[in-house]
Design a binder for this molecule. Structure first.
Ligand code: ADP
Ligand code: MG
Length: 706
C-alpha cells in the first residue's frame, strides 16, 4: 500500500507551508506528516475543568480559568489585564502581540484562559495564557458548539523558535488534528495479533488517535500503555536477541580449575567475605567454566569490596595457566590497587607488577619481557597497559575498574589482546550504581552481578549541608577530629582539568586551609592533576601514611583511594558536583571504625535543582536509591556515567526512569517470545522482525564495549 498521506512532506499539511516546515524539520526532526504524528504529547491537560480563581494555587501545574475582563493597564512594552470570576481576581500579563490583545481583551469580555499560575507582588498572575472562547459548561455565554472541542489536549515538546514562529500549543493541536484526519486510515498495525491479545493492548491506529486526542482518561492510559509497551518490547527483543546470538557464537577460554593460589589467598584473608562477595565470585567462576566468553558487569557501591572480588577472579585465571590484568582509571589508583593486591597475594607464589604512564624505561625493560614470558601473573595498570608494546603470554582475564572513565576505543584495544584466537574474559567493575531499569536496557546483553551488601561494621556517614558563614565552626570541627587522631579530605571542584583558571579556586582554598591549620602542629598536603606524578604520589603517600592531617585536592581522589583513618570529607562548592560524584567522594570516608562526616559547603547561588540534589544526599546513604532519584529528577539521558555517550538509543514515548513496571512486563514477554522463536523466524513473528530490521533499537556494538 502506498502511504500517500504518511509520506507527504510536512510543508503540504494545511497550516504549515515551507517556512514552518523547515522549522519543524530543524527543531523537531519532522519532515513528513507521518513523522509529525509520532511526536507524542509529553503530558495532557484536562480542558474540561475550569478552576475558580479563588482555588488556583500559585506555582501549580497549568490551570484553566474563565473570567470577565475588569481592567486593562498598558505600561510600556506590556499589557496587564485583570480578570474576575464569581470567586476572585487575577492578573494576566502579555509582552507580545500587544495590539491583538488590546483589541480582544476589552473590559466586559469573557474568555477562558489557560496557563501557569504564579504569584507576583503578592497577586495571582499568569504570563501569556492561552486565550479561548469560554467553555459552554462554565456557565458563561459560550459560543454554540464550543463543547465539541476536545477536552483533553496534548502538550507537545516545543522550542523558543517554534513559539516565535507562531507554532504554539494550540497551533500544534490543530496541525495534529489535520495530520490525523489525513493519515489514520493508512496506519497499519505493527504488532502481531497474538501479542496484542495476550497483553490486552490497544491497536496502533486507535492508540495514536487517543494519545493525541483522548476520548477520556482511560483511553489515554490504554493508548500510552500500548505505545510504551511496543517500544520497550522491541528494545528488549533486540537486546536479548543479540545476547542469545553472541553467547552461542562467542567461544571463550575454558578455565575449569580453581588452583592452589586461589585457596592460599582465600584462606589467608583477614576477614570473612560477605555473602554478596561470595555469590559474585561463584557467578564469575561459573562463567569462566562455561566455555563462553564472560562479559560481566559488576556493580557495587563504594566500599562494598570489589577489589577482593577482582583479586580472587584474577587468581582463578592464574590457576588455569593464564594471566590477568587489572586496569584502573588513574595513576594514583593503579598504584594503590597494586599495593593492596600485593598484600593479598603475599601468601601465594603469584608475581604481580604495576605499569603506568610514569613507569621508568628501566622498569619497563624488566617488566615487559617478564609479562611476555608469563613470569608475571597479574599486572595492574592504567591506559599504559593497552599500548602496543605491551604483550602478554596468555591474557585470560581483563578486569576494568570504574569503567566509564575508559573510552570505548581503549576498551576495544584491550579486547584485541587475544590469546590463541580467543578473547579474554572481561569483568567491568563500577561503583556508579545504575538503576535497575537502566541497567536492564544499557546492559541488556551483559550479565550483571551486584554486590548489594556492605562489609560488616561500616558506620553510616553523617552528611551535612552548610554555608560559608559556618566556616569557622567547620575549621574547629576538623581540628577536634584531628585532635582525636583522624584525618580530613577537603575537595575543590575542577571542571576542566587542563585550564589553569580552575586552579585558582583550589590554590586559594589551599592557602586558606594552611592559614587556618598552621604548621606546626598541622600538616596539609595538596594533590591535583597538574602536578608531576612524583609530586602527586609523594603527597598522596604522606596522607595515606598519616604524615599529613589534611589532604586538599581536586577530584583526583574521587575513585577508590582508601584511607580508613580519614573521618571527614569536606566538599567545597558542592553544588558544582553531580550527585553520583558527590556520593563517590563521600564513600572515601566511613571506611574505618570511626564515625565519619561528609560536609557539603554550598556557594551563594545555588539553583533549586542543585539544592534538591544536595538535600537528597544528606538523607540518602544508599547509592542505588540515589541513582534512582537522580534519574527521576534528570531523566536517564543525563545520568552521570552515561552522559558521555548519552543513551545509545532514543525512545519516543517510554521513559526508562518512569516506566519500570512496563519495562519489566515487556522484558518478561520478550523472553517468552524468544524462548519459542530465538531468531524470530516464525511467520507469526514477521511483524516483530520487520520492526527490528528498521534498526532503531540496535545498540551499536555495545557487546564489545565492555
Ligand atoms: P570498593 O568496592 O569501593 O572498591 P574496596 O574493595 O576498596 O571497595 O573495599 C573497601 C574496604 O573494605 C577495604 O578496606 C577492604 O579491605 C575492606 N573489605 C572488603 N571486603 C571486606 C569484607 N568482606 N569484610 C571486611 N572488610 C572488607
Ligand atoms: Mg574500588
Amino acid at each position: 500500500m502506498i502511504k500517500k498521506a504518511l509520506d507527504t512532506e510536512i510543508q503540504f499539511l494545511p497550516g504549515v507551508g515551507p517556512k514552518r516546515a523547515s522549522l519543524l524539520a530543524r527543531e523537531l526532526g519532522v519532515s513528513t506528516i507521518g513523522d509529525l504524528i509520532k511526536i507524542y504529547p509529553f503530558r495532557h491537560i484536562d480542558r474540561s475543568t475550569v478552576t475558580p480563581i479563588a482555588e488556583v494555587v500559585p506555582d501549580s501545574a497549568s490551570v484553566q480559568v474563565t473570567g470577565e475582563v475588569v481592567s486593562v493597564a498598558t505600561p510600556p512594552k506590556r499589557i496587564t489585564v485583570t480578570i474576575k470570576d464569581g470567586s476572585g481576581e487575577m492578573d494576566l500579563v502579555f509582552f507580545k502581540g500587544l495590539k491583538y490583545i488590546a483589541d480582544r481583551l476589552v473590559p466586559g469580555a469573557v474568555f477562558t484562559f489557560f496557563g501557569k499560575p504564579t504569584l507576583f507582588n503578592g497577586r495571582l498572575n499568569m504570563v501569556h495564557p492561552e486565550i479561548d472562547a469560554p467553555q459552554a459548561d462554565s456557565g458563561s455565554a459560550g459560543k454554540p458548539g464550543a463543547s465539541d472541542r476536545p477536552m483533553i489536549l496534548g502538550v507537545y515538546p516545543s522550542t523558543e523558535k517554534l513559539k516565535n514562529a507562531g507554532i504554539t500549543g494550540k497551533v500544534m493541536n490543530k496541525l495534529m488534528a489535520n495530520a490525523l484526519r489525513m493519515t489514520l486510515p493508512e496506519i497499519e498495525e505493527t504488532l502481531p495479533d497474538y501479542v496484542l491479545r495476550e497483553n490486552a493492548l490497544m491497536g496502533l491506529a486507535p492508540a495514536i488517535r487517543n494519545v493525541h486526542f483522548p476520548k477520556d482518561a482511560e483511553s489515554l492510559q490504554k493508548a500510552r500503555y500500548r505505545l510504551k509497551f511496543e517500544e520497550l518490547l522491541l528494545l528488549q527483543l533486540s537486546l536479548l536477541k543479540q545476547k542469545f546470538v553472541r553467547s552461542r557464537e562467542e567461544k571463550g577460554i575454558m578455565m575449569p580449575r580453581v588452583g592452589e593460589d586461589f585457596n592460599l589467598c582465600y584462606n589467608a584473608l583477614p576477614y570473612q567475605l560477605t555473602g554478596a562477595q561470595k555469590r559474585v565470585i561463584k557467578e564469575i567462576r561459573s562463567d569462566l567454566m562455561s566455555g563462553h566468553q564472560m562479559n560481566r558487569l559488576l556493580q557495587g557501591d563504594v566500599g562494598s569490596g570489589k577489589t577482593m572480588v577482582a583479586v580472587l577472579s584474577a587468581l582463578l585465571a592464574v590457576g588455569n595457566g593464564y594471566q590477568a590484568c587489572i586496569m584502573a582509571p588513574t595513576e594514583v589508583l593503579a598504584r594503590q590497587h597494586f599495593a593492596n593486591i600485593s598484600k593479598y597475594l603475599a601468601p601465594t607464589g603469584v608475581k604481580a607488577a604495576v605499569l603506568t604512564g610514569s613507569s621508568k624505561a628501566s622498569e619497563r625493560k624488566k617488566l615487559l619481557p617478564a609479562l611476555a614470558s608469563g613470569e608475571i601473573g597479574i599486572i595492574v595498570g592504567t591506559h599504559a597497559l593497552i599500548e602496543d608494546t605491551v604483550v602478554f603470554k596468555r591474557l585470560g582475564l581483563a578486569i576494568i575498574d570504574e569503567q566509564h572513565r575508559f573510552g570505548v576505543d581503549q576498551r576495544a584495544r584491550l579486547w584485541s589482546k587475544t590469546t590463541d584466537g580467543l578473547p579474554p574474559h572481561v569483568l567491568v567493575m563500577t561503583a556508579t550504581p545504575i538503576p535497575r531499569t537502566l541497567a536492564m536496557t544499557l546492559y541488556g546483553d551483559l550479565d550483571v552481578s551486584v554486590i548489594d551488601e556492605m562489609p560488616p561494621g561500616r558506620k553510616p556517614v553523617q552528611t551535612m549541608l552548610i554555608t560559608e558563614r559556618q566556616r569557622s565552626s567547620l575549621w574547629k570541627f576538623i581540628k577536634d577530629q584531628i585532635g582525636l587522631g583522624r584525618q580530613a579530605f577537603i575537595v575543590y571542584p575542577l571542571i576542566f582539568e587542563s585550564e589553569k583558571l580552575d586552579y585558582q579556586n583550589l590554590e586559594q582554598g589551599y592557602e586558606k586551609v594552611v592559614e587556618a591549620f598552621p604548621f606546626p602542629p598541622y600538616k596539609v598536603a595538596i594533590v591535583h592533576g597538574q602536578q608531576t606524578n612524583e609530586t602527586k604520589t609523594f603527597n598522596m603517600d604522606a596522607f595515606v601514611a598519616g604524615r599529613a592531617n589534611i589532604l586538599v585536592s581536586t577530584t583526583v581522589i574521587e575513585v577508590g583511594v582508601d584511607v580508613p583513618n580519614a573521618s571527614v570529607m569536606v566538599i567545597e562548592s558542592a553544588e558544582r558536583f553531580g550527585l553520583s560524584q558527590l556520593h563517590q567522594l563521600r564513600g572515601r570516608v566511613g571506611r574505618g571504625a570511626d564515625k565519619s562526616y561528609c560536609i557539603l559547603v554550598k556557594g551563594d547561588k545555588v539553583s533549586k535543582d542543585s539544592m534538591h540534589r544536595l538535600e537528597l544526599l544528606c538523607h540518602t546513604e544508599n547509592g542505588f536509591d540515589l541513582a534512582e532519584e537522580d534519574m527521576k529528577m534528570r531523566g536517564p539521558g543525563d545520568l552521570e556515567g552515561t552522559q558521555q555517550s548519552g543513551l545509545p538509543i532514543t525512545l519516543n514515548i517510554a521513559s526508562l526512569a518512569k516506566d519500570g513496571l512496563i519495562l519489566q512486563a515487556a522484558r518478561g514477554y520478550a523472553e517468552r517470545v524468544l524462548a519459542e522463536d530465538p531468531v524470530l523466524e516464525l511467520p507469526k513473528n514477521f511483524l516483530l522482525r520487520k520492526e527490528l530490521e528498521k534498526g532503531k533499537y540496535e545498540i551499536k556494538d555495545y557487546s564489545k564495549i565492555s
